[in-house]
Write a protein that binds this ligand. Sequence first.
Ligand SMILES: Cc1cc2nc3c(=O)[nH]c(=O)nc-3n(C[C@H](O)[C@H](O)[C@H](O)COP(=O)(O)OP(=O)(O)OC[C@H]3O[C@@H](n4cnc5c(N)ncnc54)[C@H](O)[C@@H]3O)c2cc1C
Ligand code: FES
Length: 256
Amino acid sequence: MKKYILDCVVVANIPLNKRYFLLRVSHPSPFPRMLPGQFVELRVDNSSDVLLRRPISIHDMNYETNEMDLLVQIVGAGTLKMSELKKGDLLNMIAPLGNSFSMPTIDMKHVLLVGGGVGVAPLLLLGRVLQQYSCKVSFLLGARTASDLVQLDSFSQYGEVYLTTEDATVGEKGFVTNHSLLKNKVFDKIYTCGPTPMMKAISAYAKTNNIECEVSLENTMACGFGVCLCCVTDTTEGHKCVCTEGPVFNLTTLKW
Ligand SMILES: Cc1cc2nc3c(=O)[nH]c(=O)nc-3n(C[C@H](O)[C@H](O)[C@H](O)COP(=O)(O)OP(=O)(O)OC[C@H]3O[C@@H](n4cnc5c(N)ncnc54)[C@H](O)[C@@H]3O)c2cc1C
Ligand code: FES
């Protein structure tokens, strides 16, 4: 897929809680088609210590308004600098990067999208695209506490939303893997993104129940387009660059 270097303009920077914010950006020309699961590499301007671009998932696309949404968690210098962007500022990105989630086959009746922490980010665009398919969509989203569960109204536009929090402030107490939904319902496919232990536990559930599962890895990245090899992961098909041959992998190819 052709990649572009785009000078985007910040339309809005909306704080969602103390650590999460939603960046809405636009571009003078129409955005190229972005697929669910793909990401962008953002240049962090006006910083003396952030040299490399930062990979961020495409959270949502609105082609009518030509706007892209990015859901970002502040974890270090780069994301902190991004949180200071204001309406009208420029944000340079390389996009679209990586492969994408594959779409359900016609016989799949019910798919489950499982996200933890900021790993929920790519699942919104996936939910939006899955609307075009006849399958039922459910989201199972987990976080430490209620205020870390963001964008719930947006998710609920595309399917049923089930929640867990570690402190029981909303939804069922514990981790997503403990949710009663997994005991009561049968799914034809699972898509997951979030902390590795969560994705491993969901993968184990998928394996045990013989459910097809796609996992989006968030390995540390530098270039984002296959040059530096810092994101390589070992798979059943040999070493693969997560930035170009991922970030989405079918569970059967991962050595989990
Ligand atoms: C394909 C992909 C998609 C991503 N999508 C999103 C997204 O939609 N929203 C979002 O907020 N973040 C996302 N991330 C993670 C994001 O790229 C990192 O949090 C960010 O690069 C950290 O930059 P920083 O300068 O703020 O922190 P740094 O100073 O670089 O690091 C601060 C801390 O964060 C940890 N960290 C750095 N990179 C990662 C990473 N890739 N995964 C987990 N921890 C990391 C470091 O180990 C360190 O402890 C994604 C990562 C990848 C690879
Ligand atoms: S991040 Fe450079 S090769 Fe993947």
